[in-house]
Design a binder for this molecule. Structure first.
Ligand SMILES: Cc1ncc(COP(=O)(O)O)c(C=O)c1O
Length: 503
């Protein structure tokens, strides 16, 4: 299945050997003497403009071929960088650029959108999401303000659909951002402004120094929370890790209450986790939210992929209480299966959000009651990220996306059962949702785990990422791709078995 040409260069099945021209792309296009002299010369912008339909047809054919080979392409690549190329003085036109890309770069790209890429938490791209993404570039809307286009209104509709999908109440308003890290960054920026409100200062106006020390409590925060605290000027050391339930990554709510008691009425931020990366454990959101009766705190929930538990009747209880949060982070390039980059940020306090991110320029006009997106996130101009999400939700609806979630959850459970039955491995946690966290039997060193990870990668059959869970070097297999099937799980189990038996 690892298609290679005679020189050993990996290529996708069905593609021409490296060095050949792409089907549909005439040879000789892009020779230096033909380029860059005047509009209309081959290889120039003028020439490309004149042939847009034909060139996009060739691009489409190339994309279709790449998609056709996705299931069989080696899943991940050890990086072997091509020799650097200088900035072209005269361009080679779109066909030439496509050939260059196909020769020099594409063979080294991972099948990240494919069914056995189980590293990190990685979604694929549904057909409708891909179409939406193509049209995003085609129409090139800047949804920053509503002065010129309905694009921001489409984004509002997509936000409303996503709010419904995750069962959030209408008080939660949402905005598209580039990823869960930016969503958490924005959520904690609003939290910071809320702390200021409680202390009688506006951080947005006076700066973070006016706020004084801040306490952020969390059980098993994702690294993006700590990074966000650094970016927000609150400092990485603001985070205080709260004790966990025995043998779990979920916070012990009684210990959280004790920590809040110790603050003696001082307002704080609590980051609850709905789906930890290693074992996909869930904090008890209802119990945490109830602590607000006696303690003032902003509740931010990192539900980057855990929010999708709401789509599975057997797992929806894991995110019960999500709507009670003050801010919620959900990634969309994970389990919604839209292309990078896309996430959503929800909050109940749009007034504070606007205070933080308000942009002011004569041509933007007043902020108003329903602020334009330019006033809601760190970005000003940006792409219409909502379009791929809108397309996939319109095309497959709640039911289609629930099916993806249910299938991935079942596949993760299936791989978990197979691994539990293999003498070479042991599970480190029950498979609660879509991630299998496991290690080699005995006491494997980090180097031994890396060997196993490297051997899996080299096989081209699958990609898994290493981790450390409770001090034990381990592996994770995360299921969040719409393409993955039982047959893929069988292939993953087979390669796991094989690599473990190697000396
Ligand atoms: C729980 C959780 N939070 C936050 C993130 C950060 O996501 P992103 O890389 O999209 O910023 C991740 C990524 O895996 C995650 O799993």
């Amino acid at each position: 299945m690892d298609a290679r040409d005679e020189a050993g260069t990996p290529r996708i099945p069905g593609s021409s050997p490296a060095g050949d021209h792409l089907p549909g792309i005439p040879e000789g296009i892009g020779a230096p003497e033909e380029t860059g002299t005047s509009g209309g010369t081959r290889g120039s912008l003028g020439a490309d403009h004149a042939r847009v339909p034909e060139l996009l047809e060739a691009t489409r054919a190339y994309a279709v071929r790449l998609l056709g080979g996705l299931d069989d392409r080696p899943v991940a690549r050890a990086p072997v960088r091509p020799a650097p190329a200088p900035l072209p003085e005269a361009g080679i036109g779109l066909e030439g650029a496509m050939e260059e890309f196909a020769k020099r770069w594409e063979p080294g790209f991972a099948a990240g959108a494919g069914p056995r890429y189980l590293g990190f938490v990685t979604g694929g791209v549904t057909p409708a999401a891909l179409a939406g993404d193509w049209l995003t570039g085609t129409l090139d809307q800047n949804p920053t303000s509503g002065l010129d286009s309905l694009a921001p209104d489409l984004e509002r509709e997509a936000v409303a659909w996503l709010r419904d999908l995750f069962g959030l109440p209408s008080e939660h308003e949402g905005t598209f951002v580039s990823g869960a890290t930016m969503s958490t960054f924005a959520g904690l920026a609003i939290a910071r402004e809320w702390l200021g409100e409680r202390r009688g200062v506006s951080v947005a106006e006076e700066g973070v120094a006016a706020l004084g020390p801040v306490t952020v409590l969390s059980g098993s925060p994702h690294s993006s929370v700590v990074k966000s605290l650094s970016m927000l000027g609150l400092g990485r050391s603001a985070i205080r890790r709260v004790g966990l339930l025995p043998g779990r990554e979920a916070v012990d709510v009684a210990r959280l209450a004790e920590e809040l008691d110790r603050l003696d009425g001082a307002p704080a931020i609590v980051v609850a986790n709905s789906g930890t990366v290693n074992t996909v454990d869930f904090d008890d959101l209802r119990a945490i939210a109830a602590l607000r009766e006696h303690h003032p705190f902003w509740l931010h929930v990192d539900a980057a992929f855990g929010a999708f538990a709401a789509l599975s009747p057997g797992h929806a209880h894991l995110v019960a209480g999500l709507g009670e949060a003050d801010s919620v982070c959900v990634d969309l390039h994970k389990w919604l299966n839209v292309p990078y980059d896309s996430a959503i940020q929800f909050t109940r306090r749009r007034d504070l959000q606007t205070r933080v991110f308000r942009n002011s320029a004569a041509y933007l006009g007043p902020v108003g009651d329903d602020p334009d997106f330019v006033h809601l996130t760190p970005e000003n101009s940006r792409r219409l990220r909502a379009l791929p999400a809108w397309f996939t939700l319109a095309a497959y609806g709640r039911e289609g996306h629930a099916e993806i979630v249910r299938r991935d959850v079942a596949l993760a459970a299936g791989l978990g059962e197979r691994i539990a039955a293999m003498p070479a491995y042991r599970l480190l946690a029950p498979v609660r949702l879509n991630v299998v966290c496991f290690t080699l039997t005995g006491s494997p060193s980090p180097a031994r785990i890396d060997e196993v990870v490297d051997a899996i990668t080299a096989s081209g059959e699958a990609f898994l990422t290493p981790t450390v869970h409770e001090g034990v070097p381990a592996l994770r297999a995360a299921f969040s791709n719409w393409r993955t099937t039982e047959a893929d799980v069988e292939r993953v189990a087979k390669i796991l078995q094989e690599v473990a038996s190697r000396p």
